[in-house]
Design a protein around this ligand. Structure first.
Ligand SMILES: CC(C)(CNC(=O)c1ccc(Oc2ccccc2)cc1)c1ccc2c(N)nc(N)nc2n1
Length: 330
């Protein structure tokens, strides 16, 4: 029996949804809560109650639809609308300079670089149609990935609906899902108490969590997400594309820099090689890209990598294990 929804209830539900979207964005994307958790929860419960009384009010982008009802049986393979390329690696400043000089010869004096942190998590693809999240997937082999939409919907920093006036009909977003170090420690304590195998590091914990078939397990863990690529947006440079992603409600890593030359790139890399442990999440390097999209198109791709981007990897750290420490004491 279809209950017609009284107009004032429909209006109130729309208001509640808009408020919860805004409060969720302020809390999970801007790290700047606008209301107390108690106020948020009270309005959330009111929306859940209204949606249960009037099921025709529920929409896929409702904040109450972040956790899937039932576990998936297995993951489906999906083909990315835009392939996800890997990055060439530079293991020293000398290698980075060689890459940069080659680009300088190819493009000339107008060349600008952008430096972004390389977050140590799981590369992720998000597809939006008319501003609504319709699919999320792992990177897989770059051409095909596993469809993990239900799991990604539980990550509060991933918008279920794009903010901003003008949304493109299709927006393909790439970014890194990750687990902050303190949340990694908490999960491992939980697993230790349950007699389960521990995760070796936050990256493994993130990949393992995203492969969970039951999205309630994913929802119980505090995963983050930083967007770093937008396809079919209006931007003409990577710097603008990151600002466009922020305008649509994505969290974009704030530690990024526009660099006029390789000296500024080197300064950025050296700074974060020394200060990365002050961040609450693991990073394993810096991604340096040619900023202007027409310059990127000018140099193009090899079969595996874009020629206009490179990952400067930090030297592996001397992780002193307990055995080494005991050996030293003896
Ligand atoms: C540069 C790119 C490889 C993304 N870009 C792409 O995947 C990509 C893919 C098709 C493109 O254009 C095509 C479109 C259609 C067909 C072929 C190419 C352009 C960029 C990349 C990879 C990993 C990154 C990472 N871990 N952290 C940050 N901060 N940035 C990163 N950036």
């Amino acid at each position: 029996m279809s209950t017609t929804v009284p107009p004032e209830i429909e209006e109130h539900t729309r208001t509640l949804r808009a408020l919860l979207h805004r409060w969720g964005y302020a809390y999970y994307v801007l790290d700047a809560p606008e209301v107390s958790d108690a106020i948020y929860d009270q309005h959330y419960r009111e929306l859940v109650d209204l949606e249960s009384r009037y099921p025709e009010l529920v929409s896929p982008d409702s904040p109450t639809r972040r956790v899937g009802e039932r576990p998936a049986s297995a993951f489906v393979s999906v083909t990315h609308r835009v392939p996800m390329f890997s990055l060439e690696n530079a293991f020293s400043q000398a290698e980075l300079e060689k890459w940069g000089e080659r680009l300088l010869r190819a493009i000339g004096p107008g060349l600008e670089f952008i430096c972004e942190l390389k977050i140590d998590g799981s590369a992720t693809a998000l597809s939006y149609e008319d501003g609504v999240l319709v699919r999320g997937a792992t990177r897989g082999d770059g051409v095909e990935g596993e469809e993990i939409t239900q799991n990604l919907r539980t990550i509060r920093a991933i918008p279920l609906k794009l903010l901003g006036g003008e949304v493109p009909a299709v927006l393909e977003v790439r970014g890194e899902a990750f687990i902050p170090r303190d949340e990694f420690e908490r999960i491992n304590q939980e697993r230790q108490a349950a007699g389960e195998k521990l995760f070796a590091n936050p990256r493994n914990a993130c990949a393992g969590t995203l492969r969970q078939l039951d999205s309630r397990v994913v929802a119980s863990r505090r995963l983050g997400f930083f967007a770093y690529t937008a396809h079919y947006g209006r931007a003409e440079s990577q710097w603008e594309a990151l600002a466009e992603l922020e305008s649509h409600g994505f969290r974009v890593n704030p530690h990024r820099s526009l660099c006029r030359d390789l000296a500024e790139v080197r300064t950025f890399c050296e700074h974060w090689e020394n200060h990365r442990h002050e961040l609450p999440y693991d990073t394993d390097g810096v991604v340096v890209k040619v900023n202007a999209f027409d310059h990127q198109r000018e140099v193009g791709f090899t079969s595996k990598f874009p020629r206009w981007a490179i990952a400067f990897k930090y030297p592996a750290e001397e992780k002193s294990t307990v055995v080494e420490a005991i050996a030293v004491q003896v």
